[in-house]
Every structure is written in structure tokens, then in C-alpha cells.
Design a protein around this ligand. Structure first.
Ligand SMILES: Cc1ncc(COP(=O)(O)O)c(C=O)c1O
Length: 413
């Protein structure tokens, strides 16, 4: 069995099956390039989180789907029916969540560089919670709030606990600077948090929660740092309670994901949930609910991109499988993040004794447009279907029309 096989992906008679269906058959039926997502896999992941939260804490569990990972309407409706909440980061995401039937009460809006127009849009949605990203944002909020005199706006504070964690510099979202020195723009600095709560209340907002999100793509080795940040969050919540703020929820963000690479370790999600539940209980906090914001974890390995091979090209000793899609328009992560890796499988011939080093090249005019570089695989042939695994999160949602290429169809099965 291959390490990436799951209830969603299986190999039978050397062919790839996606949710029980022959991948080549799906490509023939719907055409390539094609995204295929699996309902069963998403629900399985959701169930795991829900069970772990119920096992470790008596508090209400809020699984807030970070919809930026994949805002496919079918996925949103599926998760809404299952009881999920939503982490939305723009008015467009709020609007899409409402259209998918999420009640405003289950949406947390976490903006960054928030504009007056953003605030106008979200204040118009009664019941939604606005997560404050900056002390300085309160001036804008107070100004726009005057247009909604009768509305009580629920707010929480996204604080920056001073430490962050993520698989690469671009996705570390807390701490002073990222691992490459980039100043971190997110969240309210620790020493300002109490002041933001006090001022928000004075301005007529209703502070209800504290939030942090450390980054994305955690691996096992990140666990000690993540725990240290959980401890900081709990200490900060205690400080707020002592100052008289009754917190309804603590939101520990997302960051844990599926495995994209055999050699990469897996973050122990259940241990994390057990740890944070114990920390909250041990501190005697009066909060009613614990929240997590999974994106990748729920959908990352529940999606595959199918590509058709047009021809095999040889140049200066390099072998290229030239496919009918470009990374920018389909799976842009390898072109954006140096550490991103997606397993690539020949759907009709998963394994063969004879292998070659193949670079899977897209149809975009850019050298970086490769799905995989010099991968050891059975040499593909024209007409073969290649499956790019782990294409459920931050692929369609980050895809652009660069080179004026189209964006593939999506099917949810
Ligand atoms: C505020 C917030 N919450 C949650 C997430 C989800 O992260 P992940 O997909 O790694 O779980 C993100 C990702 O960017 C985020 O910015």
C-alpha cells in the first residue's frame, strides 16, 4: 500500500481510484484538467476533530472552516449541514458563506488591513462576529459603527502571542518577524490586548472572544512551540477575565494539515486538542466554547487534480511530461511556496518496474511552472492521466487566470 492511500484514494490493479471511481474514467467523462473532491473524506476529517474535541473538553466545540482553503459551494453546504462554523477573511467570503446557508451567528470575520468598505459590509450582517486585527482598527470601526446606531456588534481580538509556527516563512502568521525576517503584520501585540478590549467596550462593541492563529503546515516538531503559544493564550485569557471581561470563546486558529510528503512528520492533532482543553480547564476559565479553524486539515487531502499528458519532451537530457494545465491556474502552491510538494501519480499505471526522472511541466510561460521536478515515476505516454494529490486546499482558491488560461472544472463526489 502506498503511504498516501486513504479512504478517498486507493490503488486497485495498478490503477488509481478516487472515492471508489476509476480516475481515468473520471477524466474521460469530465475532461482534463479536473479537480475532484471527496465528500466522504472531508466528513471523515471533520468527524475526527469533532470526536477529539468532545473527548477532551466538555465545552462547546466550534469547528470554524477556514473557507479560504476551498470555498467550493458544495463543500461549504456539506460542512454547514454537519454543523461547522466559518472563518471568513473578506466580505466576499462572508457573502459566499451566507449564500451557502451559514447563519451569521456562525461566522467569524478575521480581516487584515481592513477598510471602511469592509467594515460597512460586515457590520451590515447582524449577528456576525468581527475579529479585530489592530488597536488602530478601532478608530475606523467606531466611525463606521455610527452608520449602524441600533446594532450591537460582537467583536473578538486576534492577538499575536509573540511566537508563530509554519512550514515556510510566508505562512508564519505570529511572532515579531517571520523566519526570513519579514515583519509579521497580523494581530494585536500582547501588551495592547487589554486596552483593545476596554476601548472596544467603551465604543459600544461587545467583546466576546480571544483568537490566535500561528501559521500553517505544522509538523510534529512544531508541537512544543504550539503548546507554548497555547499557554500564552490561556494566560492572556485569564488576565482578561481578571480585568472583568467575560469571554464566550477562545479560538486557537488552524495550522494542522494533512501529509503532503512521505518524509514529513505529522502534527499530532489530537494531542494538541487534549493539551489546549486541559490548559483551559486547568486555568479555571469561564469560557463557554473552544474554537479551531482548520483549512488544510479538512480538505487538503480530499482533493486531486487530474491532468492529461499531451506529449513527452526530451531536451538536454531532461525528460518532461507536458500536461494540459498550468500550476498557476490549478495547483499554484509549488510555484508560490518553495517547500510545497504534491505527489504525482500516473492514474492508469501507478507503478512499473521501469522508471524515469520526469519533470511534470505545465502550459504556462514560466520556468517555475512545474508540478513536480525530476520525479521518479513510470515514464508517462501521450494520453495518460496524471493525478496531482493533495489538491483540495489552497489550489482552486489560489488559482489565477495567468496567461489567460482557464480554471478547471470541479466535481465533488
Ligand atoms: C486566520 C486563519 N485561520 C485559519 C487558517 C487556516 O490555516 P490552515 O489551512 O493551515 O489550517 C488561516 C490560514 O491562512 C488563517 O489565516
Amino acid at each position: 500500500m502506498n503511504w498516501w492511500e486513504t479512504d478517498f484514494l486507493a490503488v486497485r490493479e495498478n490503477r488509481l481510484f478516487i472515492a471508489g471511481r476509476d480516475a481515468v474514467g473520471l477524466a474521460e467523462r469530465h475532461g482534463t484538467p479536473l479537480y475532484v473532491y471527496g465528500k466522504g473524506r472531508i466528513l471523515e476529517r471533520y468527524g475526527r476533530l469533532e470526536d477529539a474535541m468532545a473527548r477532551h473538553s466538555p465545552l462547546e466545540a466550534r469547528i470554524c472552516y477556514a473557507m479560504k482553503a476551498n470555498p467550493h459551494r458544495g463543500i461549504l453546504r456539506l460542512l454547514r449541514r454537519r454543523g461547522a462554523w466559518i472563518d471568513a477573511v473578506s466580505p466576499g467570503e462572508v457573502e459566499t458563506a451566507l449564500q451557502a446557508g451559514f447563519p451569521a451567528e456562525r461566522i467569524l470575520f478575521t480581516g487584515t488591513s481592513v477598510s471602511r468598505a469592509d467594515l460597512r459590509s460586515v457590520f451590515a450582517v447582524a449577528g456576525l462576529t468581527v475579529n479585530i486585527d489592530a488597536a488602530e482598527q478601532l478608530d475606523l470601526m467606531s466611525e463606521v459603527k455610527r452608520e449602524f446606531p441600533a446594532r450591537t456588534v460582537r467583536v473578538s481580538v486576534r492577538w499575536n502571542p509573540g511566537i508563530g509556527r509554519g512550514i515556510n516563512a510566508r505562512v508564519i502568521t505570529a511572532g515579531k518577524r517571520s523566519s526570513d525576517g519579514t515583519p509579521i503584520k497580523f494581530g494585536v501585540e500582547g501588551k495592547k490586548v487589554l486596552g483593545v478590549f476596554a476601548r472596544a467596550r467603551k465604543l459600544g462593541f461587545r467583546p466576546v472572544g480571544l483568537h490566535q492563529h500561528l501559521g500553517s503546515g505544522w509538523v510534529r516538531e512544531d508541537a512544543p512551540m504550539v503548546r507554548a503559544a497555547v499557554d500564552r493564550m490561556v494566560r492572556k485569557a485569564r488576565e482578561l477575565e481578571r480585568a472583568g471581561f467575560r469571554l464566550e470563546f477562545l479560538d486557537f486558529g488552524g495550522g494542522f494539515g494533512p501529509r503532503y510528503l512521505r518524509t514529513r512528520s505529522v502534527f499530532p492533532v489530537e494531542d494538541h486538542i487534549a493539551y489546549l482543553s486541559r490548559a483551559v480547564a486547568g486555568a479555571g476559565l469561564g469560557v463557554k466554547a473552544l474554537a479551531l479553524e482548520p483549512g488544510k486539515y479538512l480538505v487538503g487531502d480530499a482533493g486531486v487534480l487530474l491532468l492529461g499528458v499531451e506529449y513527452i519532451k526530451e531536451s538536454y537530457g531532461n525528460i518532461f511530461a507536458c500536461v494540459d494545465g498550468g500550476t498557476f491556474n490549478t495547483v499554484p502552491r509549488p510555484a508560490i511556496y518553495p517547500s510545497a510538494h504534491h505527489v504525482i501519480v500516473n492514474a492508469g499505471r501507478v507503478d512499473a518496474a521501469a522508471k524515469a526522472r520526469v519533470t511534470v511541466a505545465g502550459n504556462i510561460c514560466e520556468t517555475g511552472d512545474v508540478f513536480g521536478r525530476e520525479r521518479l515515476m513510470p515514464l508517462p505516454a501521450s494520453g495518460d492521466v496524471l493525478a496531482v494529490l493533495g489538491a483540495g486546499a489552497y489550489c482552486r482558491s489560489m488559482a489565477s487566470r495567468f496567461n489567460l488560461r482557464g480554471i478547471p472544472r470541479e466535481v465533488l463526489i
